[in-house]
Design a protein around this ligand. Sequence first.
Ligand SMILES: *Cc1c(COP(=O)(O)O)cnc(C)c1O
Length: 427
Amino acid sequence: MNRNEQLFERAKAVIPGGVNSPVRAFGSVGGVPRFIRKAEGAYVWDEADTRYIDYVGSWGPAIVGHAHPEVIDAVREAALGGLSFGAPTEGEIVIAETIAELLPSVEQVRLVSSGTEATMSAIRLARGFTGRDAIIKFEGCYHGHSDSLLVKAGSGLLTFGNPSSAGVPADFTRHTLVLPYNDVAALQQTFAELGDSIACVILEPIAGNMNLVRATPEFVRELRRLTTEHGSVLIYDEVMTGFRVALGGAQSLHGITPDLTTMGKVIGGGMPLAAFGGRKDIMACISPLGGVYQAGTLSGNPVAVAAGLKTLEIIRRDGFYEQLAENTRRLTAGFQAAADAASVPFQTDCEGGMFGLYFADFLPNNYNDMARTDTDAFKRFFHGMLARQVAFGPSAFEACFMSAAHTPELIDETVAAAQAVFADMAA
Ligand SMILES: *Cc1c(COP(=O)(O)O)cnc(C)c1O
């Protein structure tokens, strides 16, 4: 057994499935997860001392590259001053001001420690603000693992959802409607029937948890129009897309002003930090000002805030997103050419520092489309690339991430590996 195999066996004895988040177990691609010893720039090293070019990026946070020296210095300095106080700090104000400046829809913001907390709190807030219970989410979008969001579609368009996880009482998902992504007619019909009882609609504006699927301009325009007309809160879940697809998030690309936005991943720069914010009149409903309870022992943690602030400083530098987007396009174009040359059915899409790879001859528009892609082909691609020391997320249903540390040379190296893998797949 190599060291990854040994560690996986050891882990499974004391950690359920050997991992602390299920996708890490390689369940959908098979094989043994790589236990990571360290990461730097565009690389991660596993415990068997193999170095990989990494396109997981900790599932999004590592946008400036792993262990960026300026971020590490900021973390070190903050840590020397104490790890947690349970009292307000100036850094929290600075990061709130920075977020409000970068996202004009966010007038006020509250910090939490995970994306799950951010979306759960935003939904409670929307319900408290509107005095309504029903919420709408879209099939294939992931908003963290709180009870009312672990839900799959009911039997008909206007029937409320069923739990998608054991341990979630059906009563808890009784208020969650699950609609198909990008389906304008379904949205219109639902609002026509139930609009005045909908507290909020939560959307991944560029879905990154069913690979990468864009919301269409008509869809988001209609969503904004209907939620405004019916007094429902529109929540953009930008935990993944925020500061990832553009400095102003997906909302800046859509030209849509949501009522609330949830953030995570990039804003913590690799530390546990997330946030939700938006309209001041809505945010005023949170305790201690209002009656919607929300709290956290480690919320606004000074070390996490220091990592986040430094990351936000780096991504605001001139040309950061232009370079990132150009590099992402270089990679996806290289992959497309390699697949075409080998006649492997394959498509790509990208925005900013996020990209999708689809083993299909079409671009998916919703979850059903994504489910029709060839996941066996993805598995072969994934393992072929891993064997050539390039790491992608171990699932066909996850987006991939570029960092500023991925140079054009490293990207060309990645494309060369892909050429070999596609050729193998065609043979
Ligand atoms: C990752 C993610 C979450 C959950 O964030 P955690 O920090 O893992 O709890 C929520 N929404 C979206 C869109 C995400 O990508």
